[in-house]
Design a protein around this ligand. Structure first.
Ligand SMILES: NC(=O)c1ccc[n+]([C@@H]2O[C@H](COP(=O)([O-])OP(=O)(O)OC[C@H]3O[C@@H](n4cnc5c(N)ncnc54)[C@H](O)[C@@H]3O)[C@@H](O)[C@H]2O)c1
Length: 264
């Protein structure tokens, strides 16, 4: 069953075998879009596409590494060959490599930047060329992070890459608006995904305690935000970032402020 909002539209979602990307791919397919679902892990991509098909969605797996520039062009070509066009690109695949600044190596740096920035940049270029050639607009969405706004220990390169994506979205407003292609970002806060739960089985409780709403986000929270940016309702919204973090980034650490009278 689909709700029809994205009927006859074609989307690519990267890093969509699990987590946030999967939720976006699933919601788009439920909305009637034809989805090319990418993941670097071929087995995971196939399983995910199969689940969406089983739920009645139009979806096909595309296994490949977004940091490989031949792969990103092949991904756009595959969407067009399979579904005839491309309307939406969701650059969700991103790599987090934690590390102390003094110990960070060029190899760690290159792995993060070659996916989060270089791969995203050239996939966007390939997709935008296709949208420009079609002549009837398009939607591009980057997955940033609250860490692109607020400093978090041991995430210097990841944070820098996410802030870079938000600036890229603003820059592309200049070059893609004449073609009616919008470019926006979502900046998730702590979100329950298999990766986070394998890093820390107490992830939900640990981050829920420091999130004003008292809970971590779910992948569906990001998908709901994505659906807005990708929908016809957002045709005048471009170059923007929506932070979806339960209020986490609204708070900065403060001293005890003992001079302020407090309620008993
Ligand atoms: N989960 C969070 O708390 C959180 C918070 C802020 C931002 N984000 C961002 O959201 C996005 C998705 O995060 P997540 O936690 O859902 O994903 P994740 O890290 O669990 O990965 C999702 C999928 O991406 C695939 N993938 C990894 N490298 C890839 C590559 N080079 N090419 C193609 N696929 C690749 C993985 O195989 C995996 O199946 C990322 O860009 C991440 O930086 C996540």
């Amino acid at each position: 069953m689909t709700n029809g909002l994205f009927e006859k539209q074609v989307a690519i979602v990267t890093g969509a075998g699990v987590g946030i990307g999967y939720a976006i791919a699933e919601q788009l397919a439920l909305g009637g879009a034809s989805v090319l679902l990418n993941d670097v892990d071929a087995h995971v991509a196939g399983e995910a596409a199969g689940q969406i098909q089983a739920a009645g969605g139009i979806c096909e797996a595309f296994a490949g590494d977004v940091s490989n520039l031949d792969t990103v062009q092949a991904m756009v070509d595959a969407a067009v060959a399979r579904y005839g066009r491309l309307d939406m690109l969701v650059c969700n695949a991103g790599l987090t490599v934690w590390g102390d600044f003094f110990a960070y190596t060029p190899d760690m740096f290159d792995r993060v930047v070659s996916l989060n920035l270089r791969g995203t940049y050239f996939l966007t270029q390939a997709a935008a060329r296709q949208m420009r050639a079609q002549g009837d607009g398009g939607r591009i969405l980057f997955m940033s992070s609250v860490t692109g706004h607020q400093a978090v220990p041991y995430l210097s390169v990841y944070s820098m890459s996410k802030a870079g994506l938000e600036m890229l979205a603003k820059n592309l407003v200049i070059e893609l608006s004449p073609y009616h292609v919008t470019v926006n970002c979502i900046a998730p806060g702590a979100t329950t995904t298999p990766r986070n739960l394998s890093d820390d089985p107490n992830y939900d409780a640990v981050w829920g305690r420091v999130t004003p709403t008292g809970k971590v986000s779910k992948p569906l929270d990001m998908a709901q935000a994505a659906l807005f940016f990708l929908s016809p309702a957002a045709s005048q919204v471009t170059g923007q970032t929506l932070v979806v973090d339960g209020g986490w980034s609204a708070i900065s650490p403060s001293p005890s402020l003992d001079f302020v009278e407090k309620p008993e």
